[in-house]
Design a protein around this ligand. Sequence first.
Ligand SMILES: [Zn+2]
Ligand SMILES: [Zn+2]
Length: 194
Amino acid sequence: MKTLDELLRDAEVAHGHLCAGQVLGVRLAMLGLELLGINDPHGKDRKRLITFVEIDRCATDAVAVVTGCRLGKRALKFRDWGKVAATFVDLASGRAVRVSAKERSKALAQQMHPEINSKNQQQMLAYREMPTDDLFQVQWVKVSLLPEELPGYKGERIVCAECGEGINFQREVRRNGRTLCRACAGESYYEHLP
Ligand SMILES: [Zn+2]
Ligand SMILES: [Zn+2]
């Protein structure tokens, strides 16, 4: 496993800047991997891990860098819950651990470094130094993954009866005897312009 400093450099390159979220995300992912005994996520362990992230902010980029889990490899799953937390699933053992940032870590950073005015600088330094227990809460959990959630799943491709677009990974919906994509079934995030 790379060191915190090495991983922070990698995270900075991937994310575009170093920030408190990168420090938090790198440490969060390092802890998750350590708890699962995964120490070579980019090498021999690279097919062992699925990571769920719960926020689309800075820390998530760092989690992706450390774990090597990417959306395009189906190894990174996004649940939009607005929480600085991630769950690491070890496909080899079936074990899973959820690590979440403690709410009081911000206040603790303020106590540790009141001399630093910038909140980002203050938290960047404090999050490096803070003991793991002050920073994170750990829960061992069970994650049930269906075959179609896993990397490498090869399934049938279905065509939506309404829009004609192809749908992978069993994401189609049955409505009144028709097979529809989720947009045509009413879950769309966009509206067609007249
Ligand atoms: Zn950032
Ligand atoms: Zn459709």
